[in-house]
Design a protein around this ligand. Sequence first.
Ligand code: C2O
Ligand code: CU
Ligand code: CU
Length: 577
Amino acid sequence: MRIVIGYSSEVNYLSSMKKWIGIFFLLSGSILSAQNPLYIPPTLSGPTYNLNLQQDSVQFFPGLKTQTYGASSAILGPTLILEKDSTVAMNVQNNLADTTTMHWHGMHVAPENDGGPHTIILPGQTWSPSFQIMDKAATYWYHPHLHMKTAEHVVKGIAGFILVKDAEEAALNLPRTYGVDDFPMVLQTKAFDTSNQIIVDSHEDSIFMINATIDPYLDAPAQVVRFRLLNGSSNRTYLMGFTDSLTFYQIASDGGLLANPVAMNRLRLGPGERAEILLDLGTMQGQTIEMINYCEELPVGIYGAQYPAMNQFATLPGYPTNPLNLYNYTMLTINVVAPTASPVTSVISSGVTVTPLLEANANTTRTIDFGTTNPGLNFLNGPFVFNGYGFRMDSINEYVPLNNIEVWTLNNNTQTYHPFHIHDVQFYILDRAGNPPALNEQGRKDVVLVAPFQTVRFIAQFSDFENDTIPYMYHCHMLPHEDGGMMGQFIVSSTIGIEQGLGDAKSIRIYPNPVRDVLTISSDSMIDRVNVYTLYGASVPVPANGNKLDVSGLASGFYVLEVEHENTIRRIKFIKD
Ligand code: C2O
Ligand code: CU
Ligand code: CU
C-alpha cells in the first residue's frame, strides 16, 4: 500500500514556514487548517503475526518520492493486537538489503525472543519466535535493534504498535474501538534532503509527523476518546497539551494502567515512552481543537527545548535553526464530529490495582552513571557512555541472578536529558532527585527520562526468563546515543555462578574492584587454583604471587576471576580500570 500525502506547498517553503506558523499561532491565536487525514495503521490479530520488512517509498512531498522501510507497509507497520496469556507466533521476514533485528519494546519475553542486537535476521531470512504474552494491558511497540543501526532502521520507517488486552482492562468502561474512539499515535520527526530523502542522523529534523502523516487532522467523535501516544522519535522530547489548556486524563504509563486517572494539561513524553490519555469531547461537537507541542515550556537541557544542554554554548549542528525547537506548534488538529452509537460518556474514576515492589525486598543495588568521553563544547555529539564504558557486543556489563529484586540508581552526570530504557522488566520509579515520582509516573514503566545531574532510582524484579549466553539490553532511547555506545547488557541466570564484585559476606573477597594493578583475593580457606577469563570464557594469563594477582597488563574491561577452593568453583566478576 501507499500513503499519499499531498502538499499544496513546497517542502522548502513548508520547513521554513514552520517557525512562522508557530509565531503566527502565538500572535493571533489563529488556527491554520491541517491538510492530511491521520493515517491509522491496520491491525493484525493472532495467534500468528507475519511482518514483512521491506523497502518501499512514500509520496511525502511533491516531486520525488521518499525511500522508506516498512513492516508489511510502505512505512511503519501494522498494529499487533495481543491477548494476555495467549501464545503467539511471530514471523519476521527480512526483505531489506540490510541485516536487522526486531525487538518487542516493553514486553516481558525470554532473551532469545527479545530481538536485541544479538538476535540478527539476515537479508532473506525469517525469524520466528513464539512466546506467551505475560504483560498487562498497555501500549507497547516494536522496532529494529541492530547494533549501531537502530536509528537508521527506525527513522527510515520501521516501527509499529503492540496493544496488549487483558481482563482487567476489559472490565473498565474505556473507549477501545480501534480507529473509532481509540487512536494509536506515534510522534516522530524526520530530516529530509533536497531530493526528499530521509537523512538519518540529523538535528535538522524539522518535519513533525504522527503515524507518518505530516500536518495531520483527525475527525474524533463527541465523546470520551482514548489516545495511545508513543514517542517514537530518535531524539526529541515533547510537552503536549491541547487548546485552552483543556484537561485530559492519563490512564496508562509504559507498561500498564494507572491506579487512578491523572488529570493534567501538559504531558511530557521522552523517546520510547508511551502514555494513554482520555479526552472528553462530549460537549464539543462542531468545534476544532489542536494538540500542541508546548516545547517553549520545556526546561533547558532537553532535546526539543531552545537549548539541548544546560550549557547554552554547547552545540549540535542544525539544532539552533530547527523550527521544531524554537516555537510551540500544532501536532494534530481535531475536528469534533457526531458521537458514535454507543459512546463512552465519562472518564473512569479509578483504574487498576498497582502493586509497586518494595525497596525493603530488594536483594541487590546497581549504579549506572551516565557520562561522556567527550567533555568539550561539542560533547552533545557523544559518545555518551555508562559507567565509563561504551557498549561492546562481546562484553557483559551486569549479571543478574534470576528472580532478583533490584534497585538501580541512575546518575546523569551529563548536561542533557537521557531517556533510560531497560529490557525484560517493567520497573517502578522509587524517586527522582530524592522525591517520589509524579502521579503519572507511579505505574509500570520501562523508560524514564533522567534530567542533567539528577539521580533516579527504580526497582524491578527479573523473573521467569534466563539465558546464559543471550543478554538483555539497557540503553538510552535517544537512538543516536544508543548506537554510539550508551548501552549495556545483562545476563539473567540462576546458574552462571558469577558473583558481583566484593563477595560481601561470602568466604571469598576480592579487592579493590575496579582494580588497576594488583587484585587481592582474601579467603578463609585454602585456594587451590585461580584463573582469569574474559566474559566469553577465553582464558587470560595473569602473573600471580600468593593471593595477589598482577592485572596491570590487562586491557580495561570486565573479567571473571575463577577460584577453586573447598572443592567448589567460585566465579567473581571484576573490572580492570
Ligand atoms: Cu525500544 Cu532496546 O529498545
Ligand atoms: Cu526495549
Ligand atoms: Cu542519551
